[in-house]
Design a protein around this ligand. Structure first.
Ligand code: AMP
Ligand code: GLY
Length: 427
């Protein structure tokens, strides 16, 4: 059996979880992570370059004789990392999990993804799109909806480009700020206005080689900073997998109405897509509606999804990279994974870094995935807003959560915060 040399791009909790899973593979020769974090360095070799530094990536691919690149975050994909590798004679043989520039527009442009859904009859909220010369039309379009109004910057805006506003005047003011005053910069020079969907959210993950696909365990993410889903949006404060309502007739609808037409739509349009599709769904009274696509895995969903995969995940990634995913199967652990994220006090607004994390070695029976940490003089210190994800597996949600919370109580860093109600809306 060929042993693989793998490079994973990214440095968050998602990448630690994927690295953890890959590191268990019998097919692995050596794993590198760039830039990685204080957790990935325990199980892989961290390489000190940014995930969007393509020249450094090329040197690493050559120096370390890499067979497979797995791309964690969206930025390198939207910037064309696939094309950069494929079109270079020296590294063009390296296999990649992650779509090309056009496929990555499913995430990189709300307008592209809404139009794609429209072309393929994929259920999504009614919408309109407007550019800087169409402010009056955009304001008028608000009249065709009941509040709250959903306004989205077209481009990538670090997760902040979605506004949900109750007051019409405020919505009109925000449209002006985005279209004319440069709020969100280039990302907001085009906007999508869409119908507000009321329901419960779900993240579904598909890994496709553009022809066939496998579906990973689904998860629910908790995005708001405060308990009861109150307060500012964050990257995600915790996740649960499986999700109690994601089964039977509902999942059949997700597969028939969303997953299949998405994969076949890409193929029909000649968009070679080799990588993850993250489908953000709303369950509206039992009917799935797509809120968004991402061209990567979710964070912190991945921290509860990876622990439930029993199969050799590197094998499936390798098959995907080669364009041979047909016939791949994922064996899934029936148990429930509960992930809770410990964050720096103040996050998602300003916060301090460099705090020593104490007590990690006291945690037992819970997986620890580092998100924003680095090592410093033999100590692990905080280096980001989201710091560490804790994931426990148990027979039911209640037991998984209580184990996770027991483990979190064993660690500490100055101004540590976490939500104590993850999973509150599931049973
Ligand atoms: P997005 O960046 O498109 O994922 O949007 C961020 C968050 O805004 C989503 O996770 C939802 O919670 C919320 N959201 C986006 N679009 C809608 C919508 N049409 N109706 C209700 N909530 C939405
Ligand atoms: N947890 C949501 C995301 O990764 O976009």
């Amino acid at each position: 059996m060929k042993k693989l040399r793998v490079l994973l791009l990214g440095g968050g909790g998602r990448e630690h979880a994927v690295a953890w899973k890959i590191s268990q593979s019998e097919m692995l020769d050596q794993l590198f992570v760039a830039p990685g974090n204080g957790g990935t360095q325990e199980i892989a070799t961290n390489l000190a370059f940014s995930e969007t530094d393509f020249e450094a990536l090329k040197s690493a691919l050559l120096d370390h004789k890499i067979d497979l690149v797995v791309v964690g975050p969206e930025a390198p994909l939207v910037l064309g990392v696939r094309e950069f590798i494929e079109q270079d004679a020296e590294i063009g043989h390296v296999k990649i999990v992650g779509p090309g520039k056009v496929g990555a527009q499913l995430e990189g442009s709300k307008s592209f993804s809404k139009q794609f859904m429209e072309r393929h009859n994929i259920p999504t909220a009614r919408f309109g799109e407007f550019n800087a010369s169409q402010l009056d039309e955009a304001v008028k379009f608000l009249d065709s909806f009941n509040p709250p109004y959903v306004i989205k910057a077209d481009g990538l805006a670090a997760g902040k480009g979605v506004l949900i506003i109750d007051d019409k005047q405020e919505a009109a003011d925000s449209l002006k700020e985005m279209l004319l005053d440069g709020k969100f910069g280039d990302a907001g020079t085009k906007v999508v206005i869409e119908e507000f969907l009321s329901g419960i959210e779900l993240s579904v993950f598909v890994l496709t080689d553009g022809k066939d696909y496998v579906i990973l365990p689904e998860a629910k993410d908790y995005k708001r900073i405060g308990e009861g889903d109150q307060g500012l949006n964050t990257g995600g404060m915790g996740s649960i997998s499986p999700v109690s309502f994601a089964k039977g007739a509902f999942m059949d609808k997700v597969i028939d109405r969303v997953v299949k037409p998405t994969v076949s739509g890409l193929k029909k349009e000649g968009i070679a897509y080799n990588g993850f599709i993250f489908i953000g769904l709303m369950n509206v009274n039992g009917e799935p509606q797509v809120i968004e696509y991402n061209c990567r895995l979710g964070d912190p969903e991945t921290e509860s999804v990876m622990p439930r995969i029993k199969s050799d995940f590197l094998n499936v990634l390798w098959n995907c990279g080669k364009g041979e995913i047909a016939g791949s199967e994922l064996l899934i652990d029936d148990r429930t994974a509960a992930c809770v994220m410990a964050v720096s006090g103040g996050y998602p607004e300003s916060y301090e870094k460099g705090k020593e994390i104490k007590g990690l070695s006291n945690v037992d029976g819970t997986l620890i995935f580092h998100a924003g940490t680095k090592s410093n003089d033999g100590k692990i210190i905080t280096s980001g807003g989201r710091v560490i994800a804790f994931t426990s597996l148990a027979e039911n949600l209640e037991d998984a959560l209580s184990k996770t919370y027991e483990s979190i109580s064993k660690i500490d860093f100055e101004k540590m915060y976490y939500r104590k109600d993850i999973g509150f809306d599931l049973n």
